[in-house]
Design a protein around this ligand. Structure first.
Ligand SMILES: Cc1cc2nc3c(=O)[nH]c(=O)nc-3n(C[C@H](O)[C@H](O)[C@H](O)COP(=O)(O)OP(=O)(O)OC[C@H]3O[C@@H](n4cnc5c(N)ncnc54)[C@H](O)[C@@H]3O)c2cc1C
Length: 295
Protein backbone atom coordinates (compact mmCIF):
# COMPACT_ATOMS: atom_id res chain seq x y z
CA UNK A 1 0.00 0.00 0.00
CA UNK A 2 1.16 3.57 -0.66
CA UNK A 3 2.79 5.60 2.09
CA UNK A 4 0.37 7.86 4.01
CA UNK A 5 0.58 11.64 3.99
CA UNK A 6 2.08 13.07 7.14
CA UNK A 7 -0.46 14.91 9.29
CA UNK A 8 1.89 17.91 9.35
CA UNK A 9 1.10 18.38 5.67
CA UNK A 10 -2.61 18.66 6.50
CA UNK A 11 -1.86 20.98 9.41
CA UNK A 12 0.08 23.32 7.16
CA UNK A 13 -2.94 23.69 4.85
CA UNK A 14 -4.39 26.17 7.33
CA UNK A 15 -7.83 24.49 7.06
CA UNK A 16 -9.25 23.44 10.45
CA UNK A 17 -8.83 19.68 10.81
CA UNK A 18 -11.23 17.21 12.32
CA UNK A 19 -9.76 14.10 13.89
CA UNK A 20 -11.46 11.47 16.00
CA UNK A 21 -10.07 8.93 18.41
CA UNK A 22 -11.09 5.28 18.62
CA UNK A 23 -9.93 2.69 21.10
CA UNK A 24 -9.27 -0.98 20.23
CA UNK A 25 -12.25 -2.99 21.49
CA UNK A 26 -11.81 -5.97 23.80
CA UNK A 27 -14.35 -8.31 22.20
CA UNK A 28 -16.51 -8.92 19.12
CA UNK A 29 -19.39 -6.84 20.44
CA UNK A 30 -17.06 -3.88 21.00
CA UNK A 31 -15.59 -4.48 17.55
CA UNK A 32 -19.05 -4.21 15.99
CA UNK A 33 -19.71 -0.98 17.88
CA UNK A 34 -16.47 0.51 16.55
CA UNK A 35 -17.32 -0.51 12.99
CA UNK A 36 -20.86 0.91 13.29
CA UNK A 37 -19.45 4.21 14.56
CA UNK A 38 -16.88 4.30 11.75
CA UNK A 39 -19.55 3.51 9.15
CA UNK A 40 -21.79 6.30 10.48
CA UNK A 41 -18.87 8.74 10.44
CA UNK A 42 -17.71 7.85 6.96
CA UNK A 43 -19.72 10.51 5.09
CA UNK A 44 -18.21 13.19 7.36
CA UNK A 45 -14.72 12.28 6.31
CA UNK A 46 -12.48 13.06 9.30
CA UNK A 47 -9.05 14.34 8.23
CA UNK A 48 -7.47 11.60 10.29
CA UNK A 49 -8.40 9.10 12.95
CA UNK A 50 -6.30 7.81 15.80
CA UNK A 51 -6.46 4.49 17.60
CA UNK A 52 -5.20 4.18 21.14
CA UNK A 53 -2.75 1.71 22.64
CA UNK A 54 -4.14 -0.05 25.71
CA UNK A 55 -2.95 0.39 29.24
CA UNK A 56 -0.10 -1.96 30.10
CA UNK A 57 0.84 -2.27 26.44
CA UNK A 58 -1.84 -4.93 26.14
CA UNK A 59 -3.30 -4.00 22.78
CA UNK A 60 -0.35 -4.22 20.41
CA UNK A 61 -2.16 -6.70 18.18
CA UNK A 62 -5.62 -5.09 18.44
CA UNK A 63 -4.33 -1.56 17.85
CA UNK A 64 -2.55 -2.84 14.76
CA UNK A 65 -5.62 -4.78 13.55
CA UNK A 66 -8.03 -1.86 13.93
CA UNK A 67 -5.54 0.64 12.49
CA UNK A 68 -5.43 -1.60 9.41
CA UNK A 69 -9.23 -1.88 9.21
CA UNK A 70 -9.80 1.86 9.59
CA UNK A 71 -7.17 2.59 6.98
CA UNK A 72 -7.99 -0.07 4.40
CA UNK A 73 -11.74 -0.49 4.81
CA UNK A 74 -12.58 3.16 5.39
CA UNK A 75 -9.74 4.77 3.47
CA UNK A 76 -8.83 7.01 6.40
CA UNK A 77 -5.50 8.46 7.34
CA UNK A 78 -4.78 6.56 10.56
CA UNK A 79 -2.49 7.46 13.44
CA UNK A 80 -1.94 4.49 15.77
CA UNK A 81 -0.78 5.29 19.30
CA UNK A 82 2.28 3.62 20.78
CA UNK A 83 3.42 3.70 24.40
CA UNK A 84 6.64 2.70 26.18
CA UNK A 85 4.67 0.41 28.53
CA UNK A 86 5.49 -3.29 28.39
CA UNK A 87 8.02 -3.16 25.54
CA UNK A 88 11.77 -3.00 25.20
CA UNK A 89 13.41 -0.58 22.75
CA UNK A 90 13.77 -3.40 20.23
CA UNK A 91 10.08 -4.33 20.50
CA UNK A 92 9.03 -0.69 20.09
CA UNK A 93 11.15 -0.48 16.95
CA UNK A 94 9.61 -3.72 15.67
CA UNK A 95 6.09 -2.30 16.12
CA UNK A 96 7.02 0.93 14.35
CA UNK A 97 8.70 -1.05 11.55
CA UNK A 98 5.52 -3.09 11.06
CA UNK A 99 3.48 0.11 10.69
CA UNK A 100 6.09 1.62 8.40
CA UNK A 101 6.11 -1.44 6.15
CA UNK A 102 2.33 -1.14 5.88
CA UNK A 103 2.60 2.48 4.70
CA UNK A 104 1.63 4.15 7.96
CA UNK A 105 3.55 7.40 8.41
CA UNK A 106 1.88 8.91 11.50
CA UNK A 107 2.32 7.61 15.06
CA UNK A 108 1.28 9.15 18.38
CA UNK A 109 4.30 8.54 20.63
CA UNK A 110 3.53 8.31 24.34
CA UNK A 111 5.00 7.11 27.57
CA UNK A 112 1.73 5.57 28.84
CA UNK A 113 0.41 5.35 32.38
CA UNK A 114 1.89 3.21 35.16
CA UNK A 115 -0.06 -0.05 35.62
CA UNK A 116 -3.18 0.21 37.86
CA UNK A 117 -2.32 0.58 41.51
CA UNK A 118 1.22 1.84 40.82
CA UNK A 119 2.03 5.50 41.30
CA UNK A 120 5.35 5.76 39.54
CA UNK A 121 6.30 4.73 36.06
CA UNK A 122 8.95 2.02 35.97
CA UNK A 123 10.48 1.44 32.54
CA UNK A 124 10.28 -2.03 31.04
CA UNK A 125 13.65 -3.90 30.98
CA UNK A 126 15.71 -2.25 28.24
CA UNK A 127 12.73 0.04 27.73
CA UNK A 128 12.20 3.78 27.78
CA UNK A 129 11.33 6.16 30.60
CA UNK A 130 9.83 9.20 28.90
CA UNK A 131 7.84 9.92 25.77
CA UNK A 132 10.73 12.14 24.65
CA UNK A 133 12.96 8.99 24.60
CA UNK A 134 10.48 7.21 22.33
CA UNK A 135 10.20 10.25 20.09
CA UNK A 136 14.00 10.49 19.80
CA UNK A 137 14.29 6.76 19.03
CA UNK A 138 11.56 6.80 16.37
CA UNK A 139 12.81 10.06 14.88
CA UNK A 140 16.27 8.56 14.44
CA UNK A 141 15.14 5.23 12.94
CA UNK A 142 12.11 6.45 10.96
CA UNK A 143 12.80 10.04 9.89
CA UNK A 144 9.79 10.03 7.55
CA UNK A 145 7.23 9.23 10.27
CA UNK A 146 5.22 12.18 11.55
CA UNK A 147 5.16 11.93 15.34
CA UNK A 148 2.30 13.22 17.47
CA UNK A 149 2.86 13.81 21.19
CA UNK A 150 0.59 14.50 24.16
CA UNK A 151 0.24 17.91 25.83
CA UNK A 152 -1.57 18.87 29.02
CA UNK A 153 -3.17 22.34 29.21
CA UNK A 154 -3.94 21.76 32.91
CA UNK A 155 -0.60 20.02 33.63
CA UNK A 156 0.12 16.31 33.59
CA UNK A 157 -1.08 14.87 36.94
CA UNK A 158 2.41 13.61 37.88
CA UNK A 159 4.24 16.86 37.12
CA UNK A 160 5.32 18.88 40.13
CA UNK A 161 4.51 22.17 38.39
CA UNK A 162 3.31 23.55 35.09
CA UNK A 163 6.77 25.00 34.57
CA UNK A 164 8.40 21.54 34.81
CA UNK A 165 5.75 19.99 32.60
CA UNK A 166 6.39 22.65 29.95
CA UNK A 167 10.11 22.01 30.18
CA UNK A 168 9.48 18.31 29.52
CA UNK A 169 7.11 19.19 26.69
CA UNK A 170 9.90 21.25 25.16
CA UNK A 171 12.13 18.17 25.29
CA UNK A 172 9.48 16.25 23.28
CA UNK A 173 9.48 19.04 20.70
CA UNK A 174 13.29 19.09 20.62
CA UNK A 175 13.44 15.29 20.29
CA UNK A 176 11.46 15.53 17.06
CA UNK A 177 7.71 15.60 17.77
CA UNK A 178 5.82 16.93 14.76
CA UNK A 179 2.65 18.20 16.46
CA UNK A 180 0.82 18.01 19.79
CA UNK A 181 -2.65 16.87 20.75
CA UNK A 182 -3.97 17.99 24.11
CA UNK A 183 -5.55 16.13 26.93
CA UNK A 184 -9.29 16.87 27.11
CA UNK A 185 -10.38 20.15 28.65
CA UNK A 186 -13.81 21.71 29.13
CA UNK A 187 -12.77 25.33 29.53
CA UNK A 188 -11.03 26.94 26.56
CA UNK A 189 -9.20 29.38 28.80
CA UNK A 190 -6.86 26.50 29.73
CA UNK A 191 -5.98 25.98 26.07
CA UNK A 192 -5.42 29.67 25.35
CA UNK A 193 -3.22 30.10 28.42
CA UNK A 194 -1.31 26.93 27.59
CA UNK A 195 -0.77 27.98 23.98
CA UNK A 196 0.67 31.28 25.15
CA UNK A 197 2.93 29.50 27.69
CA UNK A 198 4.19 27.11 24.97
CA UNK A 199 4.94 29.88 22.50
CA UNK A 200 6.78 31.91 25.10
CA UNK A 201 8.99 28.85 25.79
CA UNK A 202 9.69 28.43 22.10
CA UNK A 203 7.44 25.41 21.59
CA UNK A 204 6.10 26.30 18.17
CA UNK A 205 4.45 22.99 17.19
CA UNK A 206 0.80 22.99 16.09
CA UNK A 207 -1.38 22.16 19.12
CA UNK A 208 -4.58 20.32 18.30
CA UNK A 209 -7.15 20.76 21.08
CA UNK A 210 -8.65 17.50 22.38
CA UNK A 211 -12.30 17.62 23.41
CA UNK A 212 -14.61 15.10 25.00
CA UNK A 213 -18.27 15.63 24.08
CA UNK A 214 -19.66 14.72 27.52
CA UNK A 215 -22.20 11.91 27.75
CA UNK A 216 -23.35 12.26 31.34
CA UNK A 217 -22.61 13.81 34.71
CA UNK A 218 -21.14 10.56 36.03
CA UNK A 219 -18.88 10.27 33.00
CA UNK A 220 -17.34 13.73 33.36
CA UNK A 221 -17.00 13.25 37.12
CA UNK A 222 -15.03 10.09 36.40
CA UNK A 223 -12.98 11.28 33.42
CA UNK A 224 -12.23 14.83 34.59
CA UNK A 225 -10.21 13.92 37.69
CA UNK A 226 -8.66 10.89 35.95
CA UNK A 227 -7.26 13.14 33.21
CA UNK A 228 -6.44 16.09 35.46
CA UNK A 229 -9.09 18.16 33.66
CA UNK A 230 -11.18 20.58 35.70
CA UNK A 231 -14.96 20.66 35.41
CA UNK A 232 -16.58 24.07 34.89
CA UNK A 233 -19.42 24.76 37.30
CA UNK A 234 -21.77 25.69 34.44
CA UNK A 235 -21.25 22.32 32.71
CA UNK A 236 -21.88 20.40 35.93
CA UNK A 237 -25.02 22.44 36.58
CA UNK A 238 -26.39 21.78 33.09
CA UNK A 239 -25.65 18.05 33.32
CA UNK A 240 -27.23 17.90 36.79
CA UNK A 241 -30.53 19.26 35.45
CA UNK A 242 -30.82 16.44 32.89
CA UNK A 243 -29.10 13.76 34.95
CA UNK A 244 -31.87 11.14 34.53
CA UNK A 245 -32.12 11.61 30.77
CA UNK A 246 -29.26 10.10 28.76
CA UNK A 247 -30.26 11.73 25.46
CA UNK A 248 -30.68 15.14 27.03
CA UNK A 249 -27.32 14.72 28.79
CA UNK A 250 -25.67 13.84 25.49
CA UNK A 251 -27.25 16.94 23.92
CA UNK A 252 -25.79 19.09 26.70
CA UNK A 253 -22.35 17.56 26.06
CA UNK A 254 -22.60 18.15 22.31
CA UNK A 255 -23.74 21.75 22.74
CA UNK A 256 -20.94 22.44 25.19
CA UNK A 257 -18.35 20.97 22.81
CA UNK A 258 -19.91 22.88 19.90
CA UNK A 259 -19.39 26.22 21.67
CA UNK A 260 -15.86 25.21 22.65
CA UNK A 261 -15.06 24.37 19.01
CA UNK A 262 -16.52 27.60 17.65
CA UNK A 263 -14.44 29.67 20.04
CA UNK A 264 -11.26 27.64 19.50
CA UNK A 265 -11.46 27.93 15.72
CA UNK A 266 -12.31 31.63 15.92
CA UNK A 267 -9.06 32.06 17.81
CA UNK A 268 -7.02 30.13 15.27
CA UNK A 269 -6.83 26.57 16.66
CA UNK A 270 -5.61 24.23 13.89
CA UNK A 271 -8.69 22.00 14.21
CA UNK A 272 -10.14 19.73 16.84
CA UNK A 273 -9.52 16.19 18.05
CA UNK A 274 -12.60 14.44 19.44
CA UNK A 275 -12.44 11.72 22.06
CA UNK A 276 -15.47 9.80 20.82
CA UNK A 277 -15.11 6.54 22.79
CA UNK A 278 -16.19 4.54 19.73
CA UNK A 279 -19.57 6.32 19.54
CA UNK A 280 -20.58 8.38 16.57
CA UNK A 281 -23.53 10.62 17.53
CA UNK A 282 -21.62 13.58 18.95
CA UNK A 283 -18.89 13.36 16.32
CA UNK A 284 -21.47 13.44 13.50
CA UNK A 285 -23.27 16.47 14.87
CA UNK A 286 -20.02 18.33 15.48
CA UNK A 287 -18.57 17.32 12.11
CA UNK A 288 -21.73 18.62 10.43
CA UNK A 289 -21.34 21.96 12.14
CA UNK A 290 -17.71 22.11 10.96
CA UNK A 291 -18.76 21.14 7.43
CA UNK A 292 -21.19 24.01 7.25
CA UNK A 293 -18.79 26.53 8.62
CA UNK A 294 -15.19 25.78 7.86
CA UNK A 295 -14.12 22.61 6.13
C1 LIG B 1 -3.63 12.89 23.14
C2 LIG B 1 -3.37 11.80 24.15
C3 LIG B 1 -3.42 10.46 23.74
C4 LIG B 1 -3.17 9.44 24.64
N1 LIG B 1 -3.23 8.13 24.21
C5 LIG B 1 -2.93 7.12 25.06
C6 LIG B 1 -2.90 5.75 24.63
O1 LIG B 1 -3.19 5.45 23.47
N2 LIG B 1 -2.56 4.80 25.53
C7 LIG B 1 -2.23 5.10 26.82
O2 LIG B 1 -1.92 4.17 27.59
N3 LIG B 1 -2.26 6.38 27.27
C8 LIG B 1 -2.59 7.39 26.42
N4 LIG B 1 -2.58 8.70 26.87
C9 LIG B 1 -2.28 8.96 28.28
C10 LIG B 1 -0.76 9.10 28.51
O3 LIG B 1 -0.11 7.89 28.21
C11 LIG B 1 -0.56 9.46 29.98
O4 LIG B 1 -1.02 10.74 30.25
C12 LIG B 1 0.86 9.24 30.51
O5 LIG B 1 0.82 9.34 31.94
C13 LIG B 1 1.87 10.27 30.02
O6 LIG B 1 2.22 10.07 28.72
P1 LIG B 1 3.12 11.17 27.95
O7 LIG B 1 3.37 10.62 26.62
O8 LIG B 1 2.52 12.50 28.06
O9 LIG B 1 4.46 11.08 28.85
P2 LIG B 1 5.69 12.06 29.11
O10 LIG B 1 5.78 13.13 28.12
O11 LIG B 1 6.88 11.18 29.28
O12 LIG B 1 5.30 12.73 30.50
C14 LIG B 1 4.89 11.96 31.63
C15 LIG B 1 5.28 12.69 32.92
O13 LIG B 1 6.70 12.67 33.07
C16 LIG B 1 7.23 13.99 33.11
N5 LIG B 1 8.47 13.99 32.33
C17 LIG B 1 8.59 13.93 31.00
N6 LIG B 1 9.90 13.96 30.64
C18 LIG B 1 10.61 14.01 31.80
C19 LIG B 1 12.00 14.05 32.11
N7 LIG B 1 12.93 14.05 31.15
N8 LIG B 1 12.36 14.08 33.43
C20 LIG B 1 11.42 14.07 34.41
N9 LIG B 1 10.08 14.05 34.16
C21 LIG B 1 9.69 14.01 32.88
C22 LIG B 1 6.15 14.89 32.51
O14 LIG B 1 6.22 16.21 33.03
C23 LIG B 1 4.88 14.17 32.94
O15 LIG B 1 4.54 14.50 34.24
C24 LIG B 1 -2.87 9.75 25.99
C25 LIG B 1 -2.84 11.09 26.41
C26 LIG B 1 -3.10 12.11 25.50
C27 LIG B 1 -3.09 13.54 25.96
Amino acid sequence: MNADRPITELLSSGRPLLSVEFFPPKNDEGGEQLLRAAEALKPYNPDFVSITYGAGGTTRERTFRYAKILREQFGWLVMPHLTCVGSSRGELLDIAAEYHADGIRNIMALRGDPPKGEKTFIPYPDGLRHASDLIALLREKFPDICLGAAAYPEKHPEAASMEQDLMHLKSKADAGASFLTTQLFFDNEHYFRFLHACRSREIFLPILPGLLPALSLSQVRRFGPMCGSSLPHALIEQLQIVDDHPRASEAVGITWAYHQIRELLRHGAPGVHLYILNRSAAAITLARSLDRNER
